[in-house]
Design a binder for this molecule. Structure first.
Ligand SMILES: [Zn+2]
Length: 361
């Protein structure tokens, strides 16, 4: 294990609201009495069974066993709740543990998702991928929630639709007239193949992720793009949310944890190759016929996590300082908006953030 802090039982890292305590205690009970069943699994990427344990608990003090594969370096939950148990977890506990409850159907959450859609559009624009997606083509958002991302792409001139397993999430977007469908992409029937498929903060939740991506590739048009955004392991020192603490990063709903290399391994095996991306993680993939050889990221990831744990106080201070600088840059950006300096400032920012991304490794 990374250190004693990662052993079970332990208290939650955060002070929880009453609704979250009720949810957490309910999940603890269901895991203990077998209501939520767990099973050992092969590595989600390379099918190996050679694992090393990193942690036996998550940020909430729930018994979540996190391991790293020695053959490819993928960090993953193992044993993992069965798909049936995860379905029950998402239906009954997920939203309450995450403190949102019924807010997932609110105008506030929809606006948050729409802003996230705008951010994805910017990433695609700055990496020159958006001009390659014809207007009026189909954009599919998987795990769409209330559909705010779908709205953002509609406004940008695309025929956008979303799918989600949870019907109660879809209600708000359906009332806005969006094309949202209940279910997974395995049940989805389309007249036209999407030119872009979005997995924003979704892929890390899926247990059989190779099966999911094989279906996504089948649906995607031949010259289409697949966009992935998820919390990257290598970004935990930079992200204020994680502040250099891997325990803050671990949560029961996330079953696979990626670096850019392990994500490339996964998508490469499914016949998809990276066009752009970074360790935050956001990345764009296109179809390829190249045979992918899995590169082992074990040593890099293990060394990174051990070092991060060793110096986590330093990284926490740095993450705090970085948040202050970012807030300052945001403030300057708002001040410059509409002025003659606005375009130049945006150009410098774009070069800093995206200029080196093409073919980056
Ligand atoms: Zn593996």
């Amino acid at each position: 294990m990374l250190s004693k802090r990662y052993s079970f039982p332990r208290a939650s890292l955060f002070k929880l609201k009453p609704v979250e305590i009720t949810a957490r205690d309910g999940i603890l009970r269901k895991l203990a009495d077998g209501t939520y069943g767990r099973a050992e699994r092969d590595c989600a990427i390379c099918d190996s069974r050679e694992f090393e344990k990193l942690a036996e608990t998550d940020r909430w003090g729930l018994p979540v066993s996190t391991v790293i594969c020695r053959s490819c370096g993928l960090v993953q939950t193992n044993p993992c709740m069965t798909e049936e148990s995860y379905r029950a977890f998402y239906r009954d506990d997920y939203r309450w543990l995450y403190g949102a409850g019924s807010e997932l159907n609110s105008p506030g959450f929809f606006s948050y998702q729409e802003r996230r859609g705008g951010h994805i559009l910017n990433l695609l624009r700055y990496t020159n991928i958006l001009p390659q997606i014809p207007s009026r083509s189909v954009v599919l958002d998987v795990g769409t929630g209330s559909g705010g991302v779908v709205r953002a792409f509609e406004k940008a001139g695309y025929r956008s639709l979303g799918v989600d397993l949870d019907h109660s999430c879809l209600e708000y977007g359906l009332k806005q007239g969006l094309d949202l469908r209940k279910g997974s992409i395995h049940q989805l029937a389309l007249n036209e193949r999407p030119a872009l498929i979005l997995y924003s903060q979704v892929l890390e939740h899926i247990v059989d992720v190779k099966k999911e991506l094989a279906r996504a590739k089948e649906l995607l048009s031949d010259d289409g793009f697949l966009f992935v955004a998820l919390p990257g392991i290598m970004n935990i020192r930079r992200a204020f949310k994680h502040r250099g603490d891997f325990l803050r990063y671990l949560e029961i709903a996330h079953v696979n944890h990626f670096t850019l290399r392990t994500l490339d391994n996964l998508l490469g095996q499914c016949g998809l190759e990276r066009i752009a991306g970074n360790e935050e993680i956001w990345a764009v993939y296109g179809k390829t016929t190249r045979t992918w050889v899995v590169a082992n990221d074990y040593l890099t990831v293990k060394r990174f996590l051990s070092r991060t744990e060793q110096f986590r106080i330093v990284f926490a201070v740095c993450a705090g300082l970085r948040a202050i600088v970012d807030a300052g840059l945001d403030w300057i950006g708002r001040l410059l908006k509409g002025s003659v300096l606005d375009a130049s400032a945006r150009n410098i920012y774009r070069r800093m953030k995206f200029g080196h991304q093409k073919n980056a490794d």
